[in-house]
Design a protein around this ligand. Structure first.
Ligand code: NAD
Length: 481
């Protein structure tokens, strides 16, 4: 059985403990590879390697750093099919999604920051004829990057690429639930000629590897994407050490649908925003609020379309809905469906595990689920489920829609469907979310600030915001007379 290895100091290495963790294929429920059960000793080795590599990497001319990152991007492109299949097997997502979204975006992340760093400039502040200040933007040293399982290579590279482009060395940890493409990336980094120690990938559990990265005194910066509870734990450990933190956390995103919307565009996009990646995208809209005059029509069409979605083998090119990521996560989602029933919700479709046949019989499949009849402030409508489960709710006025939308502890993204331009702008300014999509969803420009407010996170990724985060500004003031 394939043993995934750590990538430390340019070498693929076994964990010091020699212990491994089972890695499951969610489509079959079977173990298909093993990953290192690393601990703080492996993290220490990775930090030493990163520290050793830092002077040369940070002083390397930007063009040369960029050229190496562009080679990694090109190698991802050349290996698109292999990586897409690996991502699908590791995560349960349809291979067509991995092929068109996850892996191309991982390549774009490297390409974007390899070229972005060449255009990144710092400021100067003139004090007329008294003095001039200029800002140096230096890499911080060793950056810690910790990522989740839902978009494995996509989110892993979203952190690593800007960190490396800015001249940092990195100790990174992918999710233990989806380690495969990070491992394949380490092979590509070797092939691309990334100098040893510049990027180190340590596999293993969050409470061992993740917490060792967070607590390591020589990692002054942590970039984390994952659950809100984990983010709070990381902040608790990192804050007294005064580490720089970027936390991209959970969400409970609202879709606000007004009766005057472009109905067909809204309906087809709402299918995607509800169920893409089995609803396991932090940006998925899981609370769908519909103006009352449109409610019954929307409900009928949405349920009819959803009932036609078939759950199938993620490896099949035609599958649109694959497996959820793990048994534990499947059980969590099913328990939320039970909670919704207890809270008085009516299951309009789905609501259960799907049992496929043959080799897929033990896979983790859930039917796309729509629930109605719940108040906006019940637990089902307040807590993150992170699966193919949405609620639908009517609203009467714009004020009600905003009240429901803004009622959770989260504030990551929201979607508004209306043809009324002034209303669109008005609502966009009043939604408490870091991202607002008007008449679209998941339309991404990598230059824009990405992140959430309230319990959805602290800080922004994307564009120059990420390069600001991965560098430390230093003001130099020169007196002129
Ligand atoms: P998680 O918090 O369980 O794990 C994320 C990562 O943190 C994993 O690599 C894990 O091993 C590690 N980790 C766990 N405990 C740790 C600890 N004590 N110290 C340091 N690291 C630790 O999240 P998950 O279940 O992998 O991902 C799903 C969550 O991620 C959802 O809440 C989702 O909304 C969120 N998410 C947010 C965004 C965003 O951009 N805001 C994007 C994707 C996913």
């Amino acid at each position: 059985m394939l043993k995934i290895q750590n990538y430390i100091n340019g070498q693929l290495t076994a964990p010091i403990s020699k212990q491994y963790i089972d890695n499951y294929d969610p489509s079959t429920g079977k173990v298909y590879s093993l990953l290192p059960d690393s601990d703080e000793l492996d993290v220490s080795q990775a930090v030493e390697a990163a520290k050793k590599a830092f002077p040369a990497w940070s002083m390397m001319p930007k063009d040369n750093r960029a050229a190496i990152l562009l080679r990694i991007s090109a190698l991802i492109d050349q290996n698109l099919e292999r990586l897409a299949k690996a991502e699908s097997k590791d995560n349960g997502k349809p291979v067509s999604l991995a092929r068109t979204v996850d892996i191309p975006r991982a390549s774009s992340n490297f390409h974007f920051y390899a070229t972005g760093i060449l255009h990144y400039a710092s400021h100067a502040h003139s004090m007329e004829d008294t003095a001039i200040n200029y800002t140096l933007r230096n890499p911080v040293g060793v950056a810690g990057c910790i990522s989740p399982w839902n978009l494995p290579l996509y989110l892993f590279s979203w952190k690593i690429a800007p960190a490396l482009a800015a001249g940092n060395c990195v100790v990174a940890k992918p999710s233990e639930i989806t380690p495969m493409t990070a491992y394949l990336l380490s092979e590509l980094c070797i092939e691309a000629g990334l100098p040893p120690g510049v990027l180190n990938i340590v596999h293993g559990y969050g409470h061992k590897v993740g917490s060792a990265i967070t607590a390591h005194p020589e990692i002054p910066l942590i970039s984390f994407t994952g659950g809100t509870k984990t983010g709070a734990e990381i902040a608790r450990v990192a804050a007294p050490m005064f580490k720089k933190l970027s936390l991209e956390l959970g969400g409970k995103n609202p879709n606000l649908i007004f009766a005057d919307c472009d109905y067909e565009a809204m309906l087809s996009t709402t299918m995607r925003s509800s169920f893409a990646n089995q609803g396991q995208i932090c940006l998925c809209g899981s609370r769908i609020l519909i103006e009352r005059s449109l409610y019954e029509k929307f409900k009928a069409d949405f349920v009819a379309k959803t009932k036609k979605m078939t759950v199938g083998n993620p490896a099949d090119d035609n599958t649109k809905m694959g497996a959820v990521v793990s048994k534990q996560h499947m059980e969590k989602i099913l328990s939320y469906i039970e909670l919704a029933k207890q809270e008085g919700g009516k299951i309009l479709c789905g609501g259960e595990r799907v049992m496929l046949e043959g080799g897929l019989a033990d896979g983790y499949y859930i039917a796309p689920t729509i629930i109605e009849g719940l108040p906006y402030d019940c637990r089902t409508n307040q807590e993150e489920i992170f699966g193919p489960v949405v609620t639908i709710m009517p609203f009467d006025t714009e004020a009600d829609a905003l009240k429901y939308a803004n009622s959770t502890i989260y504030g990551l993204a929201s979607t508004v469907w209306t043809e009324n331009l002034t209303r669109a702008h008005r609502i966009a300014s009043e939604l408490h979310t870091g991202i607002v999509w008007i008449n679209c969803w998941l339309l991404r420009d990598l230059r824009t600030p990405f992140g959430g407010v309230k319990s959805s996170g602290v800080g922004r990724e994307g564009g120059f915001e990420a390069l600001d985060f991965f560098t430390e500004p230093k003001n130099v003031c020169i007196k002129l007379k």
